[in-house]
Design a protein around this ligand. Structure first.
Ligand code: ZN
Length: 503
């Protein structure tokens, strides 16, 4: 009888925006930090507070046969600035301690985001993969799953046997992605095969809004082609769109393939050339704030307006006021607005209580970019402790912690105010307060794209607008002061050249 498969489970997820304040240890501890058996206990819950890949991976391993999980550390938090180096160093040290203590591992599963930076390391994902590999040795298969926005480094590719990406944006395939990773890891453990790899990074740093997979655009086609290119010989082909705001030297769209070396090389060359030849597809137009106000007041259908400049899901603080001020100045009525992240404002509402009307201060003592301090008369409609069960898309089946929260009315605008930074990607965040989304002429969401999978039951693609409000997550990359990006890169630098995968 073969020895039982013992698989280490490691999770590290942060999407880092260099322009945002550092992400602290506290941020991780508050959101998700689990060690050892706590990981397995959390994964068994109905709505685990952890990346969805981990419970999905465990489920699939259970379905595949007899195995023994070796739970290590799973930690994750909302997109933000680079992680404090001390946090990452401690995470890595503890992880390696667990792995050293676990004798006779058969495989390792790493669930990582792939677009993390730390204050002292531009590639902590790569560092993790490398240290894990160094410890377990070349013969223990290491399979990783990553977010579609990962900035994949050569270090990651060289130290993993396979990297499986999400293939949807908005992300709705975390579970299938983890399942694919589990199946491939199982195969590698059984067969003892060693997969080669090939990797190419294109000089394309795409605005995140051009990386959707449900619009039939260039990126959607590239991802579909990568999936179609997978064969038994090359079982993992990974296209990652990258996350521009990480601002690292290895930013860019990457294609990696794992399997027979020559075939993998041919695949990344072909896909890379195809993406390069079609690169104009990575340019995209936005809708102005002025036009957004017209849409919110006009006779047309109800509209969904995404605040592209202030997406907490990309490191935005959720507190910029450009669209809110424009709506107030225009006296717009019948608008639903979420979610405004301001713990002090939420506390003011809790202090006054439901039904109270008072002069509220927005962004008190806040010097974030584009987050103006406003004093506005508000009515508190409803209060909440902010524990909301996600209903659709990114947060489906997950318990989300918004912290002390309030529903308020500001002139003709109904708003949700929260304490813990979260992007407005789930209708449950409004419904939790009793708001009926379908009755509003305009719904404004602080979210870049994940709101699409949450609100698609109310708005079709033609009713959705990407609003060009300024902020930390503006898709107009030329407005940001990048210092580490490789340059030139398309489309910021129109005359960028590329010699091809072999060059
Ligand atoms: Zn992502």
């Amino acid at each position: 009888m073969p020895a039982i498969k013992r698989i280490a489970i490691i999770g590290l997820a942060l999407e880092s925006n260099r322009f945002a304040p550092p992400t602290t240890s506290q941020d991780f501890f508050q959101s998700c930090y689990l060690e050892g058996d706590d990981i397995l206990a959390e994964a068994q819950k109905d709505a685990p507070a952890m990346p969805q890949e981990v419970p999905a991976f465990i489920d699939e391993m259970n379905a595949l046969g007899q195995w023994q999980p070796v739970p290590v550390i799973v930690t994750a938090t909302s997109p933000g600035g680079p992680a404090e180096q001390m946090f990452f160093a401690r995470f890595l040290g503890r992880t390696l301690e667990y792995l050293r203590a676990a004798q006779g591992l058969s495989g390792v599963y790493i669930c990582s985001h792939g677009a993390m930076t730390a204050t002292g390391d531009h590639d902590p994902d790569g560092t993790l993969y490398r240290e894990v590999r160094a410890l377990v040795g070349p013969d223990v298969p290491v399979a990783a799953t990553i977010d579609l926005h990962a900035n994949i480094s050569a270090t990651m590719v060289e130290n993993a046997d396979a990297i499986i990406p999400y293939r949807t944006n908005p992300h709705i395939d975390q579970a299938p992605c983890a399942k694919e990773g589990a199946q491939l890891l199982w195969r590698l453990m059984d067969s003892g095969e060693e997969l080669g790899s090939a990797y190419v990074r294109l000089p394309i740093v795409a605005p995140t809004i051009s990386l959707l997979t449900n619009d039939g655009g260039i990126f959607a086609q590239l991802v579909a082609n990568s999936k179609a290119a997978q064969t038994k010989d090359v079982p993992a082909v990974c296209v990652a769109g990258g996350f521009a705001f990480s601002d690292t030297s290895y930013n860019g769209i990457t294609i990696s393939a794992f399997g027979d070396h020559d075939k993998a090389k041919a695949i990344v060359g072909e896909l890379g050339q195809w993406a390069w030849d079609n690169r104009t597809g990575f340019k995209k137009e936005l809708t102005s704030v002025e036009r957004a106000i017209e849409l919110a007041t006009g006779q047309g259908p109800n509209v969904l307006l995404g605040d592209m400049g202030d997406n907490p899901g990309g490191g935005g603080r959720g507190n910029t006021t450009e669209i809110l001020e424009a709506l107030l100045a225009a006296g717009v009525k019948n608008v639903l607005f979420g979610m405004f992240v301001d713990a002090d404002l939420a506390q003011q509402c809790h202090d006054h209580g439901e039904g109270a009307e008072f002069e509220a201060v927005f962004n008190r003592d806040c010097d974030d970019v584009n987050a103006n301090q406003l004093t506005l008369g508000v009515k508190v409609l409803k209060l909440s402790d902010g524990l909301v069960a996600g209903r659709r898309g990114l947060y489906a089946g997950r318990t989300v912690k918004l912290g002390a929260s309030a529903a308020i009315r500001v002139n003709g605008i109904h708003m949700v105010v929260i304490s813990l930074r979260t992007q407005c990607a789930d209708p449950g965040f409004f419904e939790h307060f009793g708001f009926d989304i379908a009755t509003y002429k305009a719904v404004v969401v602080k979210s870049r794209g994940h709101f699409r999978a949450g609100f698609d039951q109310f708005f079709d693609a033609g009713q959705i607008y990407e609003i060009d409000a300024d902020g930390l997550t503006t898709p107009v990359l030329s407005r940001l002061n990048f210092t580490n990006l490789p340059r030139p890169v398309y489309p910021m630098d129109e005359d960028t050249e590329w010699q091809g995968a072999g060059g």
